[in-house]
Design a protein around this ligand. Structure first.
Ligand SMILES: *[C@@H]1O[C@H](CO)[C@@H](O)[C@H](O)[C@H]1NC(C)=O
Ligand SMILES: *[C@@H]1O[C@H](CO)[C@@H](O)[C@H](O)[C@H]1NC(C)=O
Ligand SMILES: *[C@@H]1O[C@H](CO)[C@@H](O)[C@H](O)[C@H]1NC(C)=O
Ligand SMILES: *[C@@H]1O[C@H](CO)[C@@H](O)[C@H](O)[C@H]1NC(C)=O
Ligand SMILES: *[C@@H]1O[C@H](CO)[C@@H](O)[C@H](O)[C@H]1NC(C)=O
Ligand SMILES: *[C@@H]1O[C@H](CO)[C@@H](O)[C@H](O)[C@H]1NC(C)=O
Ligand SMILES: *[C@@H]1O[C@H](CO)[C@@H](O)[C@H](O)[C@H]1NC(C)=O
Length: 535
């Protein structure tokens, strides 16, 4: 009890033991997220007893700066903690410093008979780590330096991370793998980190690729799309792509569409790409080349007859020529028959060359070949095979023929004299049509035979031909037909005027010239001729 009385006396008599009223601070700089201690010391004269201490922070409220006790501020529990004591030490600990903690702090204390508030304040500034990536956009190969700054004088070491992975050196030559987001952090306190800063590493186009859609075989007439792509940073703009055919510029743009592709579009294609990194004209990157091969079915199919003039017993080759891609591999030969049965075309062989080693009258007629490749097929026009003479047996034949012709002319003259008063018409008969009329009139009225005695393939022989030549040979030969009808015997020729115009287009150079009388003739204008020949 004695001591307390003494204390009371001491307090009542100020200045008995000296000590000055005062508070001293240190300004602080803190990284956001750290915990710091605001250094503070205070003093007061002996004889006083501290009843209360408190920290305040100056805050603006409706434009006026006012002091608020920290306990009155809305802050998480334990955010502010007084770690001082009742004399000299008035330190304040602030945990997990936030930007809102920045400001002026005041310390005040209350003694038995006095209340003291610091005249000055301690300023807390709150900073963050900031990453500088210099430059932030580089071309591959250029140097990049990383800097970690904070507003506070740091006594800690910082480390680097790119996309969460540690970075060894803060200065390096950029490669495209270095692109990413960089941040620095306090060593050992990786939660204390800067915001991420991107590094953009640019490079010229690579892996420039030309693709063609559809891939595989391109059929004439279809639609084809060329697409050029590349790996580049910045990405190649549409105008940065160019397409070339056979090294000639075609178009610019990433896509090129040909809607109706033709065989003329076949060729070697490649494309180029450039971006801001590649300079036009210097660094144009070429793709590999793509060979475009436009396929089409056989076209312009024609038959050539070799030799062009055929005599009986001689050999002749009919060759089928066509433009096709891929080259036509299968050929089928047809011969027109006068058979009224369905389909007047008889298949007579296969292979590009139809070889007739010994031509007979039965072989004459209209032929066509069908050429086929993987795309399709088409037919040639029909070609007429005729014989110009006979080489077998008697050399009387030319004489006999001459006699026959003379007789024929005589009869004609007689008839012409009789008829010229009745009908004034021109009638020209082309001997070249001998042996062909039946074929021509196959579809015509059977009542008006033009001539008789035509060799045709007996059905059995024809079937045999077809069967024996359907395999893919390059050559095909006729079997010798039944040789019962070797020579032609003309008995009666009835020539009836018919509609003008060639019934078939013939591209053989031996195509007959027909010049029949004009249409509209009456039925009574019939010319009968009798020609007899014997061998
Ligand atoms: C790329 O293609 C262009 C145009 O065809 C040609 O002039 C150039 O030489 C090519 N460059 C290279 C590197 O092949
Ligand atoms: C590329 O160059 C063009 C023209 O020079 C310019 O307009 C564009 O902004 C550049 N792009 C980049 C990513 O540098
Ligand atoms: C077919 O013939 C025509 C006319 O001669 C020609 O223009 C065309 O190119 C030919 N077609 C082919 C595929 O050769
Ligand atoms: C027809 O073709 C065959 C085989 O190529 C050849 O031996 C023959 O001489 C040719 N005949 C003619 C008339 O060209
Ligand atoms: C050609 O003929 C062969 C044998 O008959 C056949 O296997 C092939 O498919 C034919 N090719 C075409 C394009 O028709
Ligand atoms: C070609 O001729 C054959 C025989 O007459 C016929 O079956 C086929 O349809 C013809 N093909 C074309 C494309 O005209
Ligand atoms: C077949 O050929 C004829 C004449 O050569 C032509 O008019 C026709 O269009 C062709 N057919 C096809 C399917 O190309």
């Amino acid at each position: 009890m004695m001591e307390s009385w003494i204390l009371i006396i001491l307090v009542i008599i100020p200045g008995v033991w000296s000590g000055n009223w005062g508070v001293t601070f240190e300004d602080q700089c803190a990284l956001k997220g750290t915990s710091i201690v605001m250094k503070c010391s205070y003093d007061y004269p002996y004889g006083h007893f501290v009843n209360n201490v408190g920290w305040s922070k100056a805050q603006y409220v409706s434009g006026r700066l006012r002091l608020f006790l920290l306990s009155k501020l809305a802050s998480p529990r334990g955010h502010f903690r007084y770690v001082g004591n009742h004399r000299r030490n008035c330190d304040l600990e602030i945990n997990n410093v936030q930007h809102s903690d920045e400001g002026n702090y005041y310390f005040s204390f209350v003694t038995t008979f006095n209340k003291w508030t610091s005249k000055t304040s301690a300023y807390l500034s709150v900073k963050e780590l900031t990453t500088l990536v210099q430059p932030s956009t580089v071309t591959e190969g250029d140097d990049v330096s990383l800097t970690c700054v904070s507003g506070c004088p740091l006594h800690t070491t910082t480390v680097w991370f790119r996309d969460g992975r540690p970075v060894q050196k803060p200065v390096f030559q950029a490669s495209r793998e270095d692109a990413g987001k960089y941040y620095c952090a306090v060593l050992g306190q990786e939660m204390l980190r800067s915001a991420s800063v991107p590094l953009n590493v640019q490079y010229a186009p690579e892996k420039v690729t030309l693709s063609v859609s559809p891939s595989g075989n391109v059929i004439k007439g279809s639609s084809v799309t060329f697409t050029c792509s590349s790996d580049a940073n910045p990405p190649v703009a549409g105008s940065g792509y160019s397409l070339y055919k056979d090294r000639q510029f075609v178009s610019s743009g990433q896509n090129h569409i040909i809607f109706d592709i033709q065989s003329s579009h076949s060729g070697l294609y490649h494309c180029q790409a450039w971006n801001n990194i590649s300079r036009r004209g210097v660094d144009l990157i070429n793709s590999t080349e793509i060979h475009l091969d436009v396929h089409y079915h056989p076209m312009n199919i024609s038959v050539s007859v070799d030799p062009p003039h055929v005599t009986e017993g001689s050999s002749v080759n009919l060759t089928c020529n066509s433009a096709a891609n891929p080259v036509a591999e299968n050929y089928t030969w047809y011969k027109r028959t006068d058979s009224p049965s369905s389909g007047s075309m008889l298949q007579v062989g296969s292979g590009q060359v139809l070889s007739l080693p010994s031509v007979e009258a039965s072989h004459t007629g209209l032929y066509l070949c069908q050429a086929r490749n993987s795309v399709g097929e088409n037919n040639s026009t029909e070609v007429l095979l005729t014989m110009t003479g006979k080489e077998h047996g008697s050399h009387y034949i030319p004489i006999l023929s001459a006699v026959g012709v003379v007789l024929f002319v005589l009869v004609l003259l007689l008839l012409w004299k009789k008829l010229r008063t009745r009908a004034e018409k021109k009638t020209v008969y082309d001997p070249a049509l001998n042996g062909e009329g039946s074929s021509f009139s196959a579809s015509e009225d059977q009542i008006d035979p033009v001539y008789a005695n035509v060799h045709t393939f007996p059905p059995s022989v024809a079937a045999q031909d077809v069967a024996s030549h359907s395999q893919r040979n390059s050559h095909c030969e006729y079997d010798d037909p039944t040789s019962s009808e070797v020579e032609v015997t003309y008995t009666a020729v009835t020539i009836k005027p018919r509609d003008p115009g060639p019934p078939h287009h013939i591209n053989n150079n031996r195509a007959p010239q027909e010049s029949w009388s004009k249409a509209g003739e009456r039925d009574d204008s019939v010319i009968y001729a009798t020609v007899a020949k014997s061998s």
